[in-house]
Ligand binder design. Structure first.
Ligand code: HEM
Length: 405
């Protein structure tokens, strides 16, 4: 397989949900800069080596595509919404100084201290969700019972949204993301409700000094001269919901599925709970369903792996393939729950690397600790080979994670 003689149809085929596509090894070894055809019919360049992707994500010539760029589209025109453009831009500033200012301000919230402070309430919420799942009886879908609600509840806490309104956020987030399941009218209507709710919420926060993220942004941004406008606060809230909900929900489901797919993994954790942090990192690395890949658009000619890519090229970074690269990880195809160091790329790299990674890590650690403690006999209710991948375009995940205990 060489970049000149073959155009790969993308996304690649998976025989089973937890095993990598056969092509990855060959691509990394022989064709690390490959030409692919997307479902839209547009062509792009797929990268699969850890070293290439890490370097590229830090290189300003490879920018996140904006609507003005004529970047390759993921899905055919008319499919609507985020999934069609493949645009991971989250309605938050994307480039240059406005992006840096935004990151500086919002990043102030995601400190280790604050994440540690969120742990007790996160643990209590997780315990409650597990109790409700147990009450309904086995088998249960762990993704629906725990994975999906927890991250949205956590984002609500962060934004200072009262517990009674969480279910509305859950629904809005679902509607904004699941562009294939709802009509455009439904998605627009739910977006309108969200905007209306958040506008009222922001006005209240402006009137009363609050210690949540919105309150902090109002206060901090005033120190920067022009404070954050209501519109910016609104897009920030929406951006965090979009960036932090489905990603984390899916990752919780995938982590539990991977750890239960081989009983020895679960037993090892039960015997040594101090492995939880490393096991979370290894789950992030070992995941083969990271999604479509991070999209970048080349604004001038640039070289990758000895090959010159012309300006105007759309590049897809295959993060999961890079996370299985033997030249970056010993025995990359083994899930090693004690692996250290673990320089995986699940949260991206460079100027756009995941802003919420400390939060996502904390959520995953809390879920894993709480499951090990409350449900040590947890097991998959179907053979691992029967787990189904979700056919979503951007955020990769499993349709369900059926479990019993
Ligand atoms: C396991 C869960 C998560 C995964 C795998 C993940 C992954 C990623 C990746 C790969 C990027 C880089 C996108 C790019 O370079 O184009 C990113 C960006 C981002 N993530 Fe996450 N994420 C997760 C959870 C979260 C959470 C919980 C939040 C916040 C509530 C969050 C907020 C963000 C934001 C705001 C960005 C954009 C940063 C920027 O453009 O400067 N993420 N995430």
């Amino acid at each position: 397989m060489s970049h000149n003689d073959q155009v790969l149809s993308y996304p690649l085929h998976y025989d089973t949900a937890l095993e990598p596509p056969k092509e990855w090894e060959q691509l990394r070894g022989q064709c690390p800069v490959a030409t692919i055809e997307l479902p839209s019919g547009d062509r792009a360049t797929l990268l699969t080596r850890h070293e290439h992707i890490k370097t590229l994500l830090a290189d300003a010539r490879f920018a996140r595509p904006t609507a003005a760029d004529n970047a390759a589209r993921v899905a055919p025109a008319g499919s609507g919404g985020v999934a069609a453009t493949g645009d991971s831009s989250l309605a938050i500033p994307d480039k240059g100084e406005p992006h840096q200012r935004w990151r500086r301000l919002v990043g102030k919230y995601f400190t280790a201290k604050r994440m540690a402070a969120l742990r007790p309430s996160m643990t209590a919420t997780t315990e409650r969700l597990i109790d409700e799942m147990v009450q309904q009886g086995a088998p249960a879908d762990l993704k629906a019972g725990v994975g999906f609600p927890l991250p949205v509840y956590v984002i609500c806490d962060m934004l200072g949204v009262p517990a009674d309104d969480r279910h509305r956020f859950s629904r809005w987030s679902d509607m904004m993301l699941s562009v294939t399941r709802y009509s455009q009218e439904e998605t627009h209507a739910s977006m309108g409700e969200f905007v209306q709710y958040m506008s009222g919420h922001i006005a209240t926060k402006r009137a009363n000094q609050a210690s949540d993220l919105i309150g902090m942004l109002i206060k901090e941004s005033e120190g920067e001269g022009e404070g954050m406008s209501d519109a910016e606060l609104l897009t920030t809230a929406m951006g965090l919901l979009v960036a932090g909900h489905e990603t984390t929900a899916n990752m919780i489901g995938k982590m539990v599925a991977m750890l239960l797919a081989d009983r020895a993994r679960w037993e090892r954790l039960l015997a040594d709970l101090s492995l939880v942090r490393a096991a979370v990192e290894e789950s992030l690395r070992f995941d083969v369903n990271h999604g479509f890949g991070l999209r970048r658009f080349l604004t001038e000619d640039a070289e990758v792996g000895g090959q010159v890519l012309p300006a105007g090229t759309t590049v897809l970074c295959g993060m999961s393939a890079a996370n299985r690269d033997e030249s970056a990880f010993d025995q990359a195809d083994q899930m090693d729950l004690g692996r250290a160091p673990n320089a995986h790329l699940a949260f991206g790299a460079g100027p756009h690397s995941c802003l919420g990674q400390a939060l996502a890590r904390t959520e995953m650690q809390v879920v894993l600790e709480t499951l090990l403690r409350k449900l040590p006999t947890l097991e998959l209710a179907v053979p691992a080979e029967d787990l189904q991948r979700m056919e979503g375009l951007l955020v990769g995940g499993l349709r369900e994670v059926p479990v019993r205990w």
